[in-house]
Design a protein around this ligand. Structure first.
Ligand SMILES: [Zn+2]
Length: 345
């Protein structure tokens, strides 16, 4: 129940709302009644000096007034907006045939773009596309890849370990998917596994705690380094749309034997004389991915008969490839979530 004073305020306010013919007039009614120094505001301010038995009623009244008047103002505001729209459409300047304001469309992240492109290329070569967990077991990330706990190669992987479970970590490479593939797929098979990896790195222009790799694995009878080179050449031709010279240098990775570093002739200074540019650091070669023949122990870990089958694997630096592709000079842009950067793609 409102007191007569409150009823008077309500009626005056509702009359003001009904009479308001534009948004400015409505705002003035809003201020007069609901503003800090408005009629309702004064009721609220008076509560602290009122006798205790009246305080509750004053509070209830103030709230009731707020609701009624606020609701009426909102309703009137909508009506005024609709009226203004009708008036605008009826005026001479309104052309209903003009196209509307264009919708803001987003775009795919450069990593997503390149990932999808590579998936298309490898799919066309008969590769399955696999996925694996980003929180991995030590067994899959290290043990089964021939990197036991005391192996010096573990020091190459600055690892984020999970609290509370010594066996859980954020995968440091996409290679654990190899083991999962060996366990579940029947040779012969070809597969890639793109995804995020994590290392506890000091972050700079070429190192990031979160980065993307694409693992590749081919297992079958009589698979040789020749198949590896062929697959890499085919894939590079698709990506850079021309034949690029490649070279293999010996490289040590515990899960392959023999292991290689695959370099590609820098495509950015191929037409220049003398060759060499900032991308290839004047060497004319770009390190692209570690690769090699799958170590027999890794095949055995995955339950595959290493006497019968051989295979090759590669770990493509997806982040690096994205940077090469788009001429991005700082890896931190990729995970930076800066729209000014992302809108360029
Ligand atoms: Zn170059």
């Amino acid at each position: 129940m409102l007191s007569p004073e409150a009823e008077a305020i309500r009626d005056e306010a509702l009359a003001g709302v009904a009479a308001a013919s534009d948004v400015a007039a409505l705002a003035s009614v809003d201020r007069t009644f609901l503003g800090k120094d408005g009629a309702v505001g004064q009721i609220l301010a008076s509560i602290k000096d009122a006798p205790p038995e009246k305080r509750k009623q004053l509070g209830q009244e103030a709230n009731a007034l707020k609701q009624v008047i606020g609701g009426a103002i909102e309703e009137r505001r909508e009506a005024l907006r609709a009226e203004a729209l009708v008036a605008e459409r009826a005026s001479d300047g309104f052309d209903p045939t003009l196209p509307g304001a264009p919708l803001q469309r987003g775009s795919l992240h450069p990593v997503t773009q390149v990932t999808r492109e590579l998936q298309g290329i490898f799919s066309s070569m008969g590769y399955a596309i696999l996925d694996g967990p980003e929180v991995e077991l030590d067994d899959y990330n290290f043990e089964a890849l021939n990197i036991p706990a005391d192996h010096p190669a573990r020091e190459m992987y600055d690892t984020f370990w999970c609290k509370g479970d010594a066996n859980l970590l954020l995968r440091t490479h996409t290679s654990p998917v190899q083991i999962r593939a060996l366990e579940t797929l029947e040779p012969p098979f070809r597969a890639i596994a793109p995804g995020r990896c994590f290392r506890n790195e000091t972050v700079d222009a070429s190192h990031e705690h979160t980065f993307h790799q694409m693992e590749g694995l081919v297992v079958g009878e009589g698979i040789t380094v020749g198949h590896l080179i062929g697959a890499m050449k085919t894939f590079l031709r698709e990506v850079f749309r021309r034949d690029l010279e490649i070279r293999l240098r010996p490289g040590f990775f515990p899960f392959v034997e023999p292991g290689f570093e695959l370099d590609v002739r820098c495509p950015f200074c191929a037409e220049k004389t003398p060759r060499g540019c900032s991308v290839c650091k004047r060497t004319t070669w770009i390190e692209l991915c570690p690769c090699g023949m799958v170590h027999p122990r890794v095949l055995a870990f995955g339950g595959v008969d290493a006497e019968k089958y051989t295979g090759f694997a590669f770990g493509l630096g997806l982040s690096r490839l994205v940077m090469l592709r788009f001429g991005i000079d700082d890896i931190r842009h990729l995970m930076g979530a800066d729209l000014r950067f992302l809108e360029q793609f």
